[in-house]
Design a protein around this ligand. Structure first.
Ligand code: GTQ
Ligand code: FE2
Length: 342
């Protein structure tokens, strides 16, 4: 009796506090400070064979001049209808038809594109033309002007990713449209990208922004050459981190990119980390176990690794290559990165 009277009295007190815009920490502790991270989303795979027909339809049915970007974003329904692929990140496929120009703009979120079927397309970033070849990575760092163009005779589809959900959570998004009619924007050549093309060497006196990589274009051919010669890392896979050549750190302040080569039938050591990752299958076939889920995958499938989920990958045919985009550097900078192997 006395106990229930105390309970009533306590909740009555809590209700009165709430009515006065006060929350007692003792009542909220468990919600406010869970003992470990709990991702809202289960891992998910988006299969290229399901995406491709929609990408083709978007190309045929959506005129580029009617839209800022003709991109199909991969969404996990666990985010209640929010446009989110996994925490902090979105991934998408962009479609560009011959003659299409996706008008220039800039924004505070960071984005990348990875050339899957993009031979003949170009992204212009801050007056530098980056021609896309198979497996190329192109950065559009925060507040750098960028537009896309397809001067080939065929439809182009590439993979892109951005930290839009993170910047939205922080409500730090600024967006500026460029001049749609300006022809000058599209006249750029390789420009200053040449200054950053030699690995291991930089101009000692070159001025450059410090917040992000001064190099915007990372070649797929160079990535594959390095993957072929690297020794395996602690998880058993060969991993390349794309870096800012001026600092050796991640390419952008809150978006981090990796390339991984998996050897046939050799599963990587299960790993979990506080950061979130999205994996694009660049080539080959394989299998990944993420948390409770096992996915069989093949070329251009995409799957998520939500934070603090155990993840292990194996190639099943020959070698297989993954491209991984993550928010790892954001966790690193906040001293919140924890990584464990099983
Ligand atoms: O290419 O500029 O998928 O700004 C999402 C946002 C692509 C882009 C996306 C973007 C872009
Ligand atoms: Fe953009």
């Amino acid at each position: 009796m006395a106990e229930s009277a105390t309970t009533v009295k306590r909740s009555d007190f809590v209700a009165q506090l709430e009515a006065s815009n006060l929350h007692p920490l003792w009542d909220r502790f468990r919600t406010l400070t869970p003992v470990k991270p709990q991702a809202k989303d289960p891992p998910l795979i988006w299969r290229w064979r399901d995406i491709e027909p929609f990408a083709e339809r978007a190309g045929s049915e959506v005129p580029i001049d009617d839209v800022e970007r003709r991109a199909l974003i991969l969404v996990n329904p666990a985010f209640d209808g929010e446009t989110v692929t996994t925490s902090n990140l979105i991934a998408a496929f962009t479609v560009l038809d011959p003659g299409d120009r996706a008008r220039p703009h800039r924004h505070t979120f960071a984005a990348i594109r990875f050339a899957t079927r993009a031979e003949g397309a170009a992204t212009i970033v801050n007056d530098r033309r980056c021609d896309m070849h198979d497996g190329d990575l192109i950065l559009t760092p925060p507040m750098c002007w960028h537009g896309h163009i397809n001067e080939s005779d065929h439809r182009i589809i590439w993979f892109d990713a951005a930290n839009i959900p993170l910047i939205r959570t922080l409500d730090a998004n600024f967006f500026e449209p460029g001049d749609q009619k300006s022809n000058q924007f599209w006249q750029a050549d390789e420009g200053d990208e040449k200054l950053w093309a030699e690995s291991g060497m930089i101009g000692a006196d070159l001025p450059h922004a410090t917040a992000h990589s001064p190099k915007y274009h990372y070649s797929g051919a160079a990535t594959r050459r390095l993957l072929a010669t690297l020794p395996a890392g602690p998880d058993g896979a060969r991993t390349v981190r794309y870096t800012n050549p001026a600092t050796g750190g991640a390419v952008m302040p809150a978006l981090d990119c990796y390339a991984v080569r998996l050897a046939k039938d050799r599963a990587t050591r299960p790993k979990r980390t506080t950061c979130n990752s999205i994996c694009l299958v660049v080539s080959g076939t394989g299998r990944s176990t993420v948390g409770e889920h096992t996915f069989q995958w093949s070329q251009h499938d995409v799957f998520s690794i939500p934070h603090w989920s155990w993840a292990s990958h194996a190639a099943t045919g020959g070698d297989a290559d993954l491209f991984i985009v993550s928010d790892r550097v954001a966790f690193e900078r906040l001293e919140l990165l924890r990584e464990e192997y099983q």
